[in-house]
Design a protein around this ligand. Structure first.
Ligand SMILES: Nc1ncnc2c1ncn2[C@@H]1O[C@H](COP(=O)(O)OP(=O)(O)O)[C@@H](O)[C@H]1O
Ligand SMILES: [Mg+2]
Length: 325
């Protein structure tokens, strides 16, 4: 499994123009939401993607799925460059890729029953109808731990955790290979979060799924990820297999994020040192020169204000973009 890459982004950039004027729109600035990301996801793995709100995680996930067409770069899915495909050619490929959202309330049509919600992708992508479709939906509801007798209910009649299960059933219906899980548990009660994580893990084994699992802090992705990538202002600043990242983090930003993760051992927890980052992250409209992190970094040197540090390898499966690593 390890070197079999399912989906790979090469030099992906997504810039949003900021315009002014109503009649003649002028571009006054550019938001560099994703700025030159190389990221390969291996078949059957969960890649955790972590970073502060606004750093570009959702945008990157949407570029993978071509829900956003990147400004530049390539996305290879099973060796086909999706960025070169037209919308018609993309349609069959889209069956292989799905997304699960943070709050399924926003993504599930409130006027549709659970059954209609789960059946919809099957109607679009397959010829399944009638009894066969009904049975398939009941099957899917069972797989995600919902009682098939709930098929006639509407989204508002479900709890948050159940709604997320419904979103998962819908995503699973057309047997995707790759799922972007965009903060799928951030809106849920802590007691429910572990259930959804466990469900996603079980489904991964059962259906050989590959996940890009987005979260804004490192505690959430620890359990589920095989590898973890840390993003800062549009760039990947560190990526490693899970244990290396949590034990031997190299980037000062990763270290700061890690220092915010509670440690289950009370003795160690008492002596945990928290690194408080100074200042706000700079705006993606006006990035600093050199390393994006340099205005908040405590170990920076002159070079950090001049040159963007490239991702370089520091261990077998461990890459860091820092001049000081
Ligand atoms: N459609 C859009 N138009 C303009 N700016 C956008 C759009 N989508 C996202 N952005 C901006 O891009 C940056 C990254 O956003 P996002 O990918 O949602 O970050 P995250 O998911 O990490 O919170 C933010 O500054 C956000 O305001
Ligand atoms: Mg987001």
């Amino acid at each position: 499994m390890l070197n079999d890459i399912l989906i790979e982004a090469k030099k992906i950039a997504m810039y949003f123009p900021l315009t002014k004027g109503i009649i003649r729109q002028r571009k006054i600035a550019e938001i560099k939401a994703v700025d030159g990301v190389d990221l390969a996801i291996r078949r059957g793995e969960t890649l955790g993607l972590v970073g502060e709100s606004g750093c570009g995680k959702t945008t990157l996930g949407r570029c993978f799925l071509q829900l956003l067409r990147p400004t530049s770069g390539e996305v290879f899915f099973e060796k086909v460059d999706l960025c070169r495909l037209g919308d018609n050619q993309l349609r069959p490929v889209r069956q292989g890729m799905q997304i699960i959202f943070q709050d399924p309330f926003d993504s599930l049509d409130p006027r549709m029953t659970a059954e209609e919600i789960v059946a919809e992708p099957l109607r679009v992508h397959t010829k399944m109808r009638g009894r066969e479709l009904k049975d398939k939906v009941a099957d899917l509801l069972g797989i995600v731990g919902l009682n098939p007798s709930m098929a006639e209910r509407y989204p508002h009649e479900f709890s948050g955790g159940q709604r997320q299960r419904l979103g998962i059933a819908r995503a699973l219906s057309i047997r995707p290979k790759f799922i972007v899980c965009d903060e799928p548990i951030s809106a849920l009660d802590v007691s429910i979060q572990a259930q959804i994580i466990n469900l996603l893990e079980d489904l991964q084994g059962e259906f050989n799924l590959t996940y890009l699992f987005i979260a804004h802090d490192l505690s959430v992705v620890r359990h589920i990820s095989h590898r973890v990538a840390v993003m800062y202002l549009g760039k990947i600043v560190e990526i490693a297999n899970r244990d290396d990242l949590y034990q031997f983090a190299q980037h000062p930003y990763t270290k700061a994020l890690l220092s915010a993760v509670p440690i289950p051992d009370p003795a160690v927890e008492a002596s945990r040192e928290r690194i408080i980052l100074g200042g706000e992250p700079p705006s993606p409209m006006a990035l600093p020169s050199g390393c994006n992190f340099n205005p908040r970094c405590s170990v920076g040197i002159d070079l950090c204000q001049q040159e963007v540090p490239p991702l370089h390898q520091v261990g077998r499966d461990h890459w860091v973009a820092c001049h000081r690593a």
